[in-house]
Every structure is written in structure tokens, then in C-alpha cells.
Design a protein around this ligand. Structure first.
Ligand code: AMP
Length: 291
């Protein structure tokens, strides 16, 4: 595995690979890699001849009082994991290389960013789409892989690419979970003591909704109540539950394509999770299976 920190060198490498006829598949991350990230890398290997993964904790997508400074980082371990999984190029730009100055122009994420994560974290998706734009311009990938775990983010990236004509295919991979159902997240390291067990309320709530839907309940309000009943346990503060379509619009009736979104604070971290009703939590890949 090679590693580049300089943005211009990154672009030169990609252009050389592409002009040699090789397809570039790209996995952007904020590092502290876990099996969820590594499965994106597996998919990237299937979708391209060369895999670029980036590690960049993007200050622009953190609000004041959020965890930018304390976001978990471990470049040594990330290098070993990325290399073992077949990454060809690790792009690790310094903050000052990506943002030599505070960017005055930012990507406006539009109405899909107004609700859910966007409502709780003002400016977050403008920060995400701005850095994704910059990374796409530096890496010039043919395909980029994102996780469904961050459903709103993945759909916004799809919108960005469609609305602004980026020549890149967006591949969205299923959420990787622990054996007990907890969705993998770099922020799970913040869960202390009993909070780890309390955090299972999110995936349990998604399963409860899925069961109720399979039993014939299609009313979004009734299904939302099912989720909230399961989420409302000691140590968990629900933020939102919503049943939406692929454009993040509320649905009037749940069907197989409906996505159930949940967010809750469990101790210090705010956790998010989701399920596509027709696919189900149980069909998501389990991290332990890879060990
Ligand atoms: P992050 O490093 O948290 O910005 O995440 C980088 C990419 O990994 C994003 O596309 C996330 O959606 C994806 N990702 C994070 N957690 C998971 C997971 N448990 N399963 C699948 N993809 C994930």
C-alpha cells in the first residue's frame, strides 16, 4: 500500500492510473477504521482496479461543541487495517492541505438536509458535501462507496452527484453490525459500562418496527410509536424516529422500500441507525463473521 498526503500528488497518481485504463474506486472515511469501513473497501475492490481510501477528519462537518478535537484517531492501526484489506493508495491529507483557508464557497445541500441529522446538526451536511466535492476533485474516482449506516448522508451524496453532474457512480453498502445488532461506529468507543447494552435499544427498535410491519401494520404513526416504546429505556434519550423514502420524504404508508431512521443519545455519543423494511436488520452483515 502506498500513502500520499499531498493533494496534487493524489490527483497526479489517479490520473496516471486512469490513463493506464484502470478504474479507481474510492472509500472516503474519517479513520479509526472498523469492519464497517473495511467492507466498503471490499466492495471498492470489486468495483475498481485500484482502491483509494482517504482518512480525513473533516472540521467543516463538526458543529461548535461537537467532538472534532476528541474524535478517535489511530493512523498506525488504520494503515495496517487498510493495507491488509487491499487498499492500494491511502490518502491522508493534512487539514491545512485540504483547507488552506476557511472555504468561502460551500455546497448547499438543499431540502434533503433540513431534517433529521441536518436539523440536529446545523451546517453538518454542507460540511460533508463540501469535503466530498473536494475529495472527488482530488481523487477523480470512477466509483465511490458509502455506508447505508449514514443513510441521509449517502442519499445526499447521490443527490450531489446527480444534481451537479459528477462523473462518479455512488455505491451504497449495507450496515455492518456486531453480532448483537449494534451498528458499528467509530463513536461506539465512547460507550461506557452499561451504555453499550443500552445502545442496543436502537437496533432493537428497528427490529420491532420491522416485525410489526411484517405482521401487517403499515401506518407510519403506529410504527413510530412501536420504535419509541422500544427506544424509551433508561440511559437512552431518543432524538427522532422517522419512516421515509429514498429522498428522505415522510411516507404515508410503509412498504418494503421504506427506511426507518432512528437517532438517540446514549451517554455521551449520539448514535444513528436505520433499516430498509423489506431487507431487515437480520440481513445486514455481521462484523464477527469476518474474524
Ligand atoms: P466515517 O469514517 O464515520 O465518516 O464513515 C466513513 C464511511 O463508512 C461512511 O460512508 C459511513 O457510512 C461508512 N460506515 C460507517 N459505519 C458503517 C457501518 N457500520 N457499516 C457500513 N458502513 C459504515
Amino acid at each position: 500500500m502506498q500513502e500520499i498526503t499531498d493533494p496534487q500528488e493524489m490527483r497526479a497518481w489517479s490520473r496516471a492510473e486512469r490513463s493506464a485504463g484502470r478504474r479507481i474506486a474510492f472509500v472516503p472515511t474519517m479513520g479509526y477504521l472498523h469492519e464497517g469501513h473495511l467492507r466498503l473497501i471490499d466492495r471498492a475492490r470489486e468495483g475498481g482496479d485500484r482502491v483509494v481510501a482517504s482518512i480525513f477528519v473533516n472540521p467543516l462537518q463538526f458543529g461548535p461543541g461537537e467532538d472534532f478535537a476528541s474524535y478517535p484517531r489511530d493512523l498506525e492501526r488504520d494503515r495496517a487495517a487498510a493495507s491488509a484489506r487491499g487498499v492500494n493508495m491511502l490518502f491522508v491529507p493534512a487539514g491545512g492541505a485540504v483547507y488552506p483557508e476557511e472555504p468561502r464557497v460551500r455546497v448547499a445541500p438543499g431540502p434533503m438536509a433540513e431534517r433529521f441529522e441536518g436539523a440536529t446538526r446545523p451546517g453538518h451536511f454542507a460540511g460533508v458535501l463540501t469535503v466530498v466535492t473536494k475529495l472527488f476533485h482530488l481523487v477523480e474516482p470512477d466509483v465511490a462507496v458509502f455506508g447505508r449506516k449514514d443513510f441521509q448522508q449517502a442519499m445526499l451524496v447521490r443527490r450531489l452527484v446527480a444534481d451537479l453532474n459528477f462523473p462518479v457512480v455512488i455505491d451504497v453498502a449495507p450496515t455492518v453490525r456486531e453480532l448483537d445488532g449494534l451498528a458499528l461506529s467509530s463513536r461506539n468507543v465512547y460507550l461506557l459500562g452499561d451504555e453499550r447494552r443500552a445502545a442496543l435499544a436502537l437496533s432493537r427498535a428497528l427490529r420491532a418496527v420491522e416485525r410489526a410491519w411484517r405482521a401487517g401494520q403499515a401506518d407510519p404513526d403506529a410504527l413510530t410509536r412501536v420504535a419509541l416504546d422500544t427506544l424509551t429505556v433508561p440511559g437512552v434519550v431518543p432524538d427522532y424516529v422517522a419512516l421515509v423514502d429514498q429522498e428522505l420524504r415522510s411516507v404515508s404508508r410503509a412498504d418494503a422500500a421504506t427506511v426507518v431512521l432512528v437517532a438517540a443519545r446514549v451517554g455521551r455519543p449520539r448514535l444513528i441507525d436505520n433499516v430498509v423494511l423489506g431487507e431487515g436488520v437480520a440481513r445486514d452483515p455481521v462484523a464477527a463473521a469476518a474474524r
